[in-house]
Design a protein around this ligand. Sequence first.
Ligand SMILES: [Zn+2]
Length: 65
Amino acid sequence: MKETSNLFTPKELADWQQALDLANYTNILHHCHVCDREWVASTEEICCCGSRSVERIACWQFPDD
Ligand SMILES: [Zn+2]
């Protein structure tokens, strides 16, 4: 392997940021405050009951208890 700078190139940084963004949106727990439905989706969704009063929690943000 040849010696290179430890710094990422702008393209590598962009790819990395995109991967992080994707990871953040992979598992989002949705909780509808109207019908109490809970589901997991990869993007922010409105509830199938039509409510937009939906709480969204990224799964990696779950508290320990
Ligand atoms: Zn609902």
